[in-house]
Design a protein around this ligand. Structure first.
Ligand code: MF3
Ligand code: CO
Length: 251
């Protein structure tokens, strides 16, 4: 498998898949408040996806048991929704969500504060989100893939945060995960050359402390080794000759 270049017709399907996902995220944002369980968030998310005639692409992916990944505080990604996990004021929660529309996948993640959060937690979320935008400034035809990785690292590292290395972004299209892999930290090689028609999921995962992570016994939930809070921000983008199109942002 190599990196796929989407045809104009495929790009239209990717746009619609991603637009629908942005609607799902906008709705999910509204229900994040103290007292809700992550299981309830997942149920709402699955319903929002199915109401739009789409399929949750995470559900049963390598056995993943839900439609949304709900990762709270020191959980970085792939937190499994649970009726025992009730959000509390001051938590931060990453919602990672994707869907399939007419065979085309979309993927995006947001991290939210629950009620009022500490200034430190807010800054972590702000820097993580901004690192995505810094990275994709480099995401244009003729540049190299790792220009994105290096730009994210250059922006994040001065804050003293840890950039998760064990998980990366990815190409996306008729599969959730396509080539290439997209690291969020500095690379020695420059990587492939970017071409118009590539669709990529760029997803920095940033920890307040060290970058080391480990997996819980559920075999899914990734947590920071030092217990520090982590934030995640992801959009599916389209490479063009000029500025990239951020497909999962909506209006
Ligand atoms: N956005 C994540 C990713 O790109 C979520 C997929 S993991 C799943 O890898 F198993 F939950 F699907
Ligand atoms: Co992804």
């Amino acid at each position: 498998m190599s990196v796929s270049i989407k045809s104009p017709a495929e790009i239209e399907l990717m746009r619609e898949s991603c637009r629908l996902l942005s609607e799902v995220h906008d709705e999910l944002k509204k229900i994040i408040e103290p007292g809700i369980t992550t299981k309830e968030i997942d149920a709402v998310g699955e319903q929002l996806i199915r109401q739009r005639g789409c399929i949750p692409n995470f559900l049963n992916y390598n056995g993943y048991p839900a439609s949304i990944c709900c990762s709270v505080n020191d959980e970085v990604v792939h937190g499994i929704p649970s009726k025992k996990r009730r959000l509390q004021e001051g938590d931060i929660i990453s919602l990672d969500c994707g869907l399939i529309y007419k065979g085309y996948h979309s993927d995006a993640a947001r991290t939210y504060g629950v009620g009022k959060v500490s200034d430190e937690a807010q800054k972590l979320m702000d820097v993580t989100k901004q690192s995505f935008f810094e990275g994709i400034k480099m995401a244009k035809a003729g540049n190299y893939l790792h220009d994105i990785s290096n730009a994210i690292d250059d922006y994040v590292t001065p804050f003293g945060y840890g950039i998760v290395r064990d998980l990366v972004g990815h190409g996306i299209g008729t599969s959730l995960h396509e080539e290439p892999q997209i690291p969020n930290f500095r690379q020695k090689r420059r990587g492939i050359r970017l071409e118009p028609g590539m669709t990529l999921a760029v997803e920095p995962m940033i920890a307040m402390g060290g970058y080391e992570v480990c997996w819980l016994d559920d075999d899914w939930t990734v947590v920071t080794e030092d217990g520090s809070y982590a934030s995640h921000y992801e959009n599916t983008i389209l490479i063009t000759e000029g500025e990239p199109e951020i497909l999962t942002l909506g209006k």
